[in-house]
Design a protein around this ligand. Sequence first.
Ligand SMILES: Cc1cc2nc3c(=O)[nH]c(=O)nc-3n(C[C@H](O)[C@H](O)[C@H](O)COP(=O)(O)OP(=O)(O)OC[C@H]3O[C@@H](n4cnc5c(N)ncnc54)[C@H](O)[C@@H]3O)c2cc1C
Length: 451
Amino acid sequence: MMHGHAEAFDKKQLKASLYETASVPVDRSVWTLDHTPPAHPPLMGDVEADIVVVGAGVVGASLSLHLAERGINTVLIDAAQPADAASGRNAGHVQPYLLSLEPLADLPGKGRPFLDCLIEHRNIVFELCQRHGIDADQVQGGLLEVARKPSAALESAAKQWAGLGLDVEILGADRLRPLVGTDRYSFGTIWRNGGSVNPFLLTNGMVQAAAGLGARVYGDSPVRACERQGGRWKVRTASGSVLADRVVLCTNGHVGADFFADLQRTQFPLLACGLATRPLPQSFLDVVNPKRIAMSQHPAGLYPMVVDRKGRLISATIPGVGRAHRSDLYFQYFLRHLRRVYPEARDVRIELETYWTGMTHNSSAIYEKAYPKFYRVDEGLFALMNFGSWGNHLGPMMGMDVARALAADRPDSAALGCERPEQVRFSGSFSTKLRRFLIPSARLADRFGLV
Ligand SMILES: Cc1cc2nc3c(=O)[nH]c(=O)nc-3n(C[C@H](O)[C@H](O)[C@H](O)COP(=O)(O)OP(=O)(O)OC[C@H]3O[C@@H](n4cnc5c(N)ncnc54)[C@H](O)[C@@H]3O)c2cc1C
């Protein structure tokens, strides 16, 4: 039996404001530990391309890869290096489904093309890794949503998606126990097309593959302006420019891209934080999550969990306002959860290895309705953004689909359709609601066993 519960965390605390604005360096994120992908050079001088993709997150990386695969002369440009923002900081879950089918009604063809795309590419992350030889610690071990009591909502979602062609199953307590090592949950759904991935490596792997197919990739080159020049667009950075027929902004809620007024306030930003424990003994992991299944808890998903190949537990949550820098607090919550659910955790030394924050951008103030958006900002100028907390699956999928639509010169044929950006009202309300009220009360309810 191991003893003690030391929670040593010796990473130097940065200024609180860096956590609140998701500007802590990406090397705080667990996904970057032990990995230093090649740095891409800054854009120097003037170049030309068919399409310039701005933003090398999981979305821009996939779009560039699929454009390059189609022989399109592509430039990919990032303010920092690939996966510096949300794609290098997320919780690693691959969710091949959506929380609600309701928004489909507003998509072209009542959402049938989008649904068909989702079903056809339900394994896209794992297929891309295989096709391009990307080692992103990907595990298609399923995505498990567990609940303490039978949930009609979970059951009906599972049945609906199973009917559409996803491999999803409803599990009772007896089948859950060996998967999650606890009796706490009596009901669950397992989405077998899902799983976990290191999103930093996935994104960098796709960027490398795109470069291998001829895409030119530039890092440390914030785009400062984008102007019409004849029938083309000129994208400018401090030290160069790209003249291209078409531009696609994949900047996740136009972080830093404040040169397009039309894109201002077209989404609901939400700060999230992530944490990882130091590698844990295999004997403990064999109890908690022997098959490395990606887990989350219904209804609030307070302690999502994946295990990386080094045996770290990785989780994420939404920090309270003014508390985003409190690694101690969020680690304590996680630890308390582990000890509550797994008595074995009381005898294991569990230490925090690293803690970070990142920004998500959502298209709706209602979580379930937050589908990504493909905008036509102007003729030849597009934006693919607002992936909320579903970028790991939907990013590669929509990148592939939008590449198809652009290659065919039929942007409107994108499965998401192609709409004009529309400003939202009260863009801060979503964040306030979740960070001040919903998440803190869900945490209390969970603590006192009310859910
Ligand atoms: C803590 C946390 C947990 C999450 N958990 C999950 C999860 O488990 N599963 C899941 O699917 N999703 C999750 N998400 C959401 C997921 O990370 C995002 O949906 C996804 O990464 C968005 O990808 P993106 O490419 O649109 O944006 P980003 O990854 O944010 O990339 C945008 C890129 O644009 C660049 N950029 C911005 N402005 C400019 C400019 N002016 N010039 C040049 N480049 C620019 C940035 O440098 C950045 O690299 C989570 C997010 C966070 C923060």
